[in-house]
Design a protein around this ligand. Structure first.
Ligand code: SAM
Ligand code: SF4
Length: 473
């Protein structure tokens, strides 16, 4: 064991064992239409499902899939409205001491070009992102002693300090290795948004196959407990995820649901987001063993997650193709990355080509931010760059309490519209600007008259005619 287990959180247990996920999968329950309807009703009432209840949806019949999709659509509209939050990843360094079988950054991959952004390179990357119109990022690191709490905190502070034109990065999330209590504290002091760790697989034997013993990541419990320690160090927002394709997708869905319950039970607050990346080709990496599955199954798993954790944001990354992303947007996705680059230095140094030796895996959606924003607008969504909640302290449990219909109308939609208008005014192509302004007008028409609407209209005018920016409720 490379980690000192006396430094685990107070809630450290293998909750996958506790939730009996193995037994659920080995002896799947018989399909029961009455029970299926009961579980659906619980989802409609926006109550989180237990792993057993999620399993009822998983074993639902083909004809019941439509009911799952319809309920997912409804929940998404009720809880998140028609907003889709936009962000972009920022890869800072790909040195890694682990040897994860699926990842191009693994230490045994000699084809990978290793680099950590210098201060000047980091600044150039952030400036290039800001020139696109990005406002929210997630910084990503390999696992290496180079990338300790202090290093990550420094990066985050540097990123927040950069201004380019009228823009700055307003929310910086982190995806890095599980830390100990002290390192989390150091990172949290820099004012991060969400700390995100993917468990990769919740299935222990597969976890052991993917992450060799003797590497840091080989310690299953240290990772499983990673976000519990983050909560105990003072984090408000954490993000969980599984890498689909390492094992049976149903196991990972139940694992994610069990993880949400565990965090809710011990810390009074589930995860802020769930990610469900599917494994992608990666340079120098044999993935012929992967558990691939169809796009139809992928859509179903997204909808089942939506039904299982009604108040948790769902992130669909650019690993997926534009067509798949467009479809799952409807069944509960609330955040996507757009216009992102995942090579180290990809935004400022590489132009339009993907350079596989510098990246962790291949992306499926390489469209520019402007094109994605325009498609979302045409599909009836409001692309949002809003960062108001965490800056107003509306995070964690508080956010969950607020994520009720009135909250969306009063705060989220106005904030989404004003950040969208900033994007349209400062960065969009003329075509996107025209579509966007029409969508803003339509949304304003649907908004009840009152002080909030009057103030929003005044703010939109100021955004369009002056340099005033970053106005939020
Ligand atoms: N090194 C840290 C860690 O492992 O937690 C940071 C995360 S890593 C840079 C980001 C995520 O990419 C991993 O957690 C993993 O789920 C995902 N990933 C790795 N290889 C992948 C592949 N071939 N296809 C898709 N996603 C992959
Ligand atoms: Fe390293 Fe993370 Fe890749 Fe594993 S997934 S090899 S820990 S960067």
């Amino acid at each position: 064991m490379l980690f000192d287990h006396s430094k685990l959180s107070r809630s450290a247990i293998d909750f996958i064992e506790e939730a009996n996920v193995d037994a659920l999968l080995e002896n799947p329950m018989k399909h029961d239409p009455v029970r299926f309807q009961e579980v659906l009703a619980k989802s409609r009432a926006k109550e989180p499902l237990t792993p057993v209840e999620s399993m009822v949806l998983i074993v639902g019949s083909e004809t019941e899939s439509e009911a799952i999709f319809e309920t997912a659509r409804q929940l998404k509209r009720d809880v998140y409205g028609n907003r889709i939050v936009i962000f972009a990843p920022l890869y800072v360094g790909n040195y890694c001491q682990n040897d994860c079988k699926y990842c191009a950054f693994r230490r045994s991959n000699k084809e990978e070009v290793r680099h950590t952004l210098s201060d000047a390179e980091l600044e150039a990357e952030v400036r290039a992102m800001l020139r696109q119109g990005q406002k929210r990022t997630i910084v990503v690191f390999g696992e290496s002693p180079k990338y300790d709490g202090r290093f990550i905190a420094d990066c985050v502070r540097k990123i927040y300090a950069i201004r380019e034109g009228k823009g700055n990065m307003r929310r910086c999330n982190v995806n890095a290795a599980p830390m100990d209590f002290e390192n989390y504290k150091t990172i949290l002091e820099a004012g991060i948004g969400t700390y995100q760790i993917f468990q990769e697989t919740y299935h222990k034997p597969t976890y052991a196959k993917m992450h060799p013993a003797g590497t840091e990541k080989g310690d299953f419990l240290w990772r499983l407990d990673g976000l519990s320690r983050a909560y105990e160090a003072g984090a408000n927002d954490v993000g969980i995820g599984a890498l689909f394709g390492l094992y049976d997708w149903r196991y990972e869905v139940l694992g994610l649901v069990a993880h949400s319950h565990h965090l809710m039970k011990h810390y009074g607050c589930g995860p802020h987001t769930i990610s469900f990346p599917r494994i992608q080709p990666a340079a120098g990496t044999d993935l012929s063993w992967a558990y691939t599955f169809s796009d139809e199954v992928f859509k179903r798993l997204v909808a089942i997650l939506r039904l299982s954790v009604p108040y948790t944001g769902l992130i669909c990354t650019a690993r997926e193709s534009p067509a798949v992303r467009r479809e799952v947007m409807d069944f509960g996705v609330s955040q996507i990355d757009a216009g992102g680059r995942i090579e180290i230095g990809g935004y400022s140094q590489l132009g339009d080509v993907q350079v596989s030796e510098k990246e962790q895996f291949e992306l499926g959606d390489l469209r520019p931010l402007d094109v994605i924003v325009r498609e979302l607008l045409k599909d009836g969504f409001i692309p949002s760059f809003c960062t108001a909640c965490y800056r107003k302290g509306r995070t964690g449990q508080q956010f969950m309490e607020y994520a009720i219909p009135g909250f969306i109308n009063r705060l989220c939609t106005p904030n989404a519209l004003s950040t969208l208008d900033e994007y349209l005014t400062d960065y969009a192509s003329e075509e996107t600007r025209n579509v966007g302004r029409r969508v803003i007008r339509e949304n304003l028409e649907q908004m009840a008259d009152g002080d909030r609407k009057t103030e929003l209209i005044s703010r939109l005018e100021r955004i369009e005619t002056t340099d005033e920016r970053d106005l939020y409720f």
